[in-house]
Design a protein around this ligand. Structure first.
Ligand code: HEC
Ligand code: HEC
Length: 470
């Protein structure tokens, strides 16, 4: 159903049915506010051949439900087979042991498969479920002080709860804590009089014995991000990132940011953090191992758990990592639209590009050859920035403070609503439109946010058209 551009491998659109089904049950069953891309519908699902832009040779310009399901170009047949294996593993629904297929769920977990949260490889909906159906939001937990972090320098686990609220349990087990999600609203008014309603989540956590969580426990609500382009971000060299961190504080037009330095379980040493909303994971594999162990309850060699019982082989973990590393980022469609091009100029005039950095270069060393030496356009600097009190979670993680977040990549952001109905934005999914996401910016982004609020309606639409073209 898709045309392919030369040199690009396309897979079957096998997730379409599932996506539509999930989209329907999300929209009808849960009655949540719609999250989408400012209601700007894409023309029609199609492949736009724009080879050589976007993520270098490795970008694919498709939109529609399978837009985030494209491997990077030029993988070998063996690599494509491994990619396919990892793809199937992200869809595997785990169940409690003993079972013939996919055993080992839990006993505590948040959801039963990767794509139950990362819908169609995109972001998840902001849902906390207490009905056994699984949550997509994760609530991170920690203590402000104390001993024995599981990862040197990392967050201090809460006794009995660890560093993540696992709110689901297999039969016979009891989730030690569950959360109740509600939204608090406020209205802001732009300079031209347009009123925009903003909401933020409030989660009340109750322990299994009915008591409330102790006041000293720090919490942070997180929305699952999309899987796209992560191998390309991993392939940018440490040296490039360190030089770029320095450049952020002495280059006009840039906004000073900091790299996070974290503990990498796969390297068994300190490393630069790139993944997760506070850049607390160094490598894709670190994140995948944590997802298996914490999100699905599947201990593995990097997270052996207290009893040391490993449920997932290194081979499985590597196939999952390879899949995520070799998912492409969609090509931008900016050049096809005069309004989007004007919006791109405004994006830089307003200072958005000071953090959402346009271009990066991948280094010569990544183990996946096709990811090396690419010019990519992720619209992130991978640096932590202080985003002000309204976005703060007050929960430091490694070097990131309670108000710092890693600039998220914006590639693919204009396609998310065609991938899955769930297109909410920011670290906790509070923004239901791109406009809302921008209006929450504060701290180091206060100037850019104010400049956005002063735009005339047409310019605002053009800026949104640019974001919509990514
Ligand atoms: C319960 C929902 C949930 C499940 C299940 C889940 N994830 Fe995630 N995932 C998240 C959240 C939330 C984050 C953001 C974490 C953070 O901010 O530190 C995340 C982050 C990630 C990231 C980093 C993305 C980025 O842009 O930084 C990767 C990679 C990832 N997950 C892979 C996986 C894989 C592979 C699986 C299956 C083995 C999986 N996840 C299962 C919720 C989930
Ligand atoms: C000081 C750095 C900085 C500047 C300047 C900045 N941003 Fe951001 N942006 C961030 C960070 C950090 C986040 C993530 C915040 C969070 O999740 O709470 C973010 C989030 C976003 C998101 C949501 C992304 C997602 O995946 O949920 C959008 C859209 C966005 N920014 C657009 C813009 C636009 C447009 C401008 C200019 C008007 C801008 N940003 C200026 C740092 C910045």
């Amino acid at each position: 159903m898709q045309q392919s551009n030369a040199g690009t491998h396309h897979k079957h659109d096998h997730k379409l049915g599932l996506t539509l089904l999930l989209g329907l049950s999300f929209g009808l069953g849960l009655g949540l506010g719609a999250c989408h891309g400012d209601g700007k519908q894409a023309d029609s699902p199609a492949v736009v051949a724009l080879n050589g832009h976007g993520s270098g040779e490795n970008g694919v310009g498709s939109i529609g439900p399978a837009a985030f399901n494209e491997p990077v170009s030029f993988l070998s047949d063996d690599e494509l087979a491994l990619h396919g294996k990892g793809d199937r593993l992200t869809e595997a629904r785990f169940i409690p042991a003993p079972a013939a297929v996919n055993p080992g769920l839990g006993p505590l977990y948040n959801n039963t498969s990767c794509v139950a949260c990362h819908r169609s490889d995109g972001r998840g909906p902001p849902v906390l479920a207490n009905d056994g159906n699984g949550s997509q939001l994760i609530v991170k937990l920690s203590l402000a002080s104390g001993g024995d972090p599981e990862e040197p320098g990392g967050s201090i686990p809460v006794p009995g709860l660890g560093t993540q609220m696992q709110d689901q349990a297999i039969p016979g087990a009891v989730a030690p804590a569950t959360g109740q999600l509600s939204w608090v609203s406020k209205t802001v008014t732009l300079d031209d009089g347009t009123a925009v309603k903003l909401r933020s989540p409030q989660v009340t956590i109750t322990k299994a014995d009915g008591s409330n969580l102790a006041n000293e426990v720090l919490t942070s609500v997180r929305l699952p991000p999309a899987f796209i382009g992560l191998g390309l971000l991993e392939a940018v060299s440490d040296d490039w990132l360190i030089a770029n961190e320095t450049a952020s504080s002495n280059t006009p037009g840039r906004i000073p940011g900091r790299l996070n330095h974290v503990w990498s379980r796969s390297k068994q040493q300190e490393a630069i953090g790139r993944f997760g909303r506070k850049a607390t994971k160094a490598l894709v594999e670190d994140q995948v191992a944590a997802a298996l162990a914490l999100d699905i309850g599947l201990n593995n060699s990097l997270f052996p758990g207290k009893d040391g019982a490993v449920k997932v082989s290194d081979e499985t973990m590597q196939a999952l990592s390879f899949y995520v590393q070799t998912l492409s980022a969609p090509l931008p469609r900016t050049k096809k639209s005069a309004t989007a091009l004007h919006g791109q100029a405004l994006f830089h005039d307003l200072g958005c590009g000071g953090c959402h950095q346009d271009a990066m270069h991948t280094g010569p060393d990544h183990k996946v050859a096709v990811l090396r030496n690419q010019e990519i356009h992720p619209y992130t600097d991978l640096l932590l920035h202080d985003m002000g009190p309204d976005l703060a979670d007050h929960r430091p993680d490694f070097m990131a403070s309670g108000s710092e977040w890693r600039t998220p990549p914006l590639w693919g952001i204009g396609v998310q609503h065609t991938v899955a109905s769930a297109a909410c934005f920011l670290h906790d999914g509070r923004a239901q439109t791109l406009t809302e996401a921008i209006l929450w910016h504060g701290g180091q982004a206060q100037g850019a946010r104010e400049a956005f609020g002063k735009l005339a309606a047409q310019d605002r639409d053009d800026l949104l058209a640019f974001l919509g073209s990514l």
